[in-house]
Design a protein around this ligand. Structure first.
Ligand SMILES: Nc1ncnc2c1ncn2[C@@H]1O[C@H](COP(=O)(O)OP(=O)(O)O)[C@@H](O)[C@H]1O
Ligand SMILES: [Mg+2]
Length: 501
């Protein structure tokens, strides 16, 4: 194995942005036919390293070898020509073009004749065949801009697989996918391995890497701190390498007194999506909602928030009935929602951190126009400190921040709006270990200050570590309620699983 020339070698890579060093002397190798897991916390430099490989960024130092040959990538097209394809973390498709056009962009089948026009019939047929082969149910002829985040991700995956000849980089490809879609992706990855490609796979989900990774490289603060076979160290050790801290420090203890009911949901229904949903959440409580994808959890919290109103049932906030729910009314009454797809529905990515934080409570900022900018800045700086938002720049567009920091910005918005009931939908999806534990600490301090928290999560250890009670949904119904301290992942899954027939 050690004598084999690796498909890819990156040696001594260094990179700074505006004097800020983000990669230092990083070395990474990937063999033909293997999956290399590239892991590390947000901001560790994983995407930057891979963008150097893809010709998007130029390294300040170091070299790249493909099959033992030194290569220099001036631009992405050079990397592509060398057989390197990449699935970007931030999607890179053209929204106005169709699925098929995106998959074959720059390589469209053309008709003969002088004009060499694009053969759209063949283009669509080939795209349809590929998508079917890959098990993705997507119409090749609709514009990408109309697809869900998950479907766009699947198109991005398809395009990269079509392009890849030597190395394929997947930068957090699963963050918006369902379990089933992840399984389809893994099937494709196994196929790519058999075809002799080197696959570099970036993910935060260790359970997921467990299924496909052959080796790993761990980055921390721009330095490769560990290289080795998958399985050669324990999960705890991996986390220690990534974060420099222990697993048991992740779920900090909470000191709360449970108070009056802050949120009461009675017989909430929107058939066939969910019906007969009853529960309440008290001040100081964290109530988890577990369930398989599609069980209706997101729909229920969106109905409570008024984003997708229910057709029947009642919602009471702090003892007061909300008649016709709408998000603005919900915010007025002290409700905050952290959505699963924060990029699409929560944050304004092009706007600054401070605008995003003060958005839900602009009124208080407008009272004295002269002081507005100053007080906005002061407020923002307060939350930057309180939540440890990084980088600490109020004017930075939120779209340039990491997932964990985007999530903290949304939390800051609801705190500033004076929310007392928080609906958190997959609050740590795509968020690294360090930012996760900061979010957990903040959730705890919210509960300690008397807020009521509903936490939808597919991460069962997270629910077990954070919730007081866990409600379980199955096919739009609430089927069980368990005390977090007395239950197990197995028991939760037993209730969440859909019975046959
Ligand atoms: N284009 C850029 N300009 C300036 N700084 C950047 C740029 N891209 C990434 N960074 C910074 O480089 C560091 C590493 O980021 P990144 O490679 O995205 O990490 P990861 O993918 O591991 O989360 C972060 O501090 C990030 O803010
Ligand atoms: Mg990244």
């Amino acid at each position: 194995m050690s004598e084999k020339i690796p498909a890819l070698e990156m040696r001594g890579i260094g990179k700074s942005f505006a004097g800020n060093q983000v990669l230092a002397n990083v070395t990474l190798t990937a063999q033909s036919g293997e999956v290399l897991a590239l892991i590390g916390e947000n901001g560790a430099g994983k995407s930057t390293l891979m963008k150097i490989l893809a010709g998007v960024h130029h390294p300040d130092s170091g070299e790249i070898l493909i099959d033992g040959q030194r290569r220099n990538f001036e631009r992405p097209a050079d990397a592509l020509a060398a057989g390197i394809a990449m699935i970007y973390q931030e999607l890179s498709l053209a929204p106005h073009l169709t699925v098929a056009e995106n998959i074959f962009l720059g390589r469209e089948p053309r008709r003969g004749g002088l004009l060499k026009a694009i053969d759209s019939r063949r283009l669509n047929a080939e795209a349809r065949r590929l998508l079917e082969d890959y098990g993705f149910r997507i119409d090749p002829q609709i514009p990408v801009g109309r697809l869900s985040a998950a479907d766009r991700q699947l198109v991005e995956i398809t395009r990269a697989i079509v392009e890849a000849r030597r190395v394929i980089v997947m930068d957090e490809p699963t963050s918006s996918l369902t379990t089933h879609e992840v399984e389809e992706l893994f099937r494709l990855i196994r196929d790519l391995k058999r075809r002799g490609l080197a696959i570099i796979f970036i993910s935060h989900r260790i359970e997921e890497l467990e299924e496909i990774a052959d080796r790993m490289t761990i980055l921390r603060d721009g330095v490769a701190v560990f290289n080795g076979d998958w399985g050669s160290i324990s999960t705890d050790e991996m986390i220690r390498h990534m974060a420099g801290r222990e697993l048991k420090e992740i779920f900090p203890p909470r000191q709360t007194t449970i108070g009056e009911v802050r949120l009461r949901v009675s017989n909430l229904s929107r058939p066939p999506v969910f019906s007969g949903i009853n529960f309440d959440v008290r001040a100081g409580e964290v109530v988890g909602i577990a369930g398989l994808a599609g069980a209706g959890r997101t729909e229920v919290v969106e109905a409570i928030f008024g984003a997708q109103p229910a057709s029947g049932g009642e919602i009471e906030l702090n003892g007061e009935r909300i008649s016709s729910s709408s998000p603005s009314l919900a915010v007025d009454k002290g409700l905050g929602l952290l959505t699963e797809d924060r990029k699409r529905t929560g944050l304004c990515l092009n706007l600054s951190l401070s605008t995003n934080i003060t958005l839900a409570n602009v009124g208080s900022m407008l009272k004295n126009l002269r002081l507005q900018a100053k007080s906005e800045l002061k407020t923002t700086q307060g939350y930057i400190e309180k939540l440890n938002i990084r980088p600490p720049f109020p004017a930075m567009p939120v779209g340039r921040m990491s997932g964990g920091n985007q999530q903290k910005s949304l939390l800051a918005r609801w705190l500033f709006a004076g929310s007392k009931v928080f609906l958190l939908d997959e609050p740590t999806r795509g968020v690294d270990v360090a930012a996760r534990s900061e979010i957990y600490r903040e959730v705890n301090s919210l509960a300690e200050s008397g807020a009521a928290i509903v936490m939808v999560s597919s991460d069962l250890p997270e629910l077990l570590g954070m919730a007081d009670r866990i409600l379980i949904m199955r096919r739009g119904q609430m089927v069980a309620e368990l005390a977090a301290r007395e239950t197990t992942q197995e028991e939760i899954l037993k209730y969440a699983a859909v019975e046959e027939g």
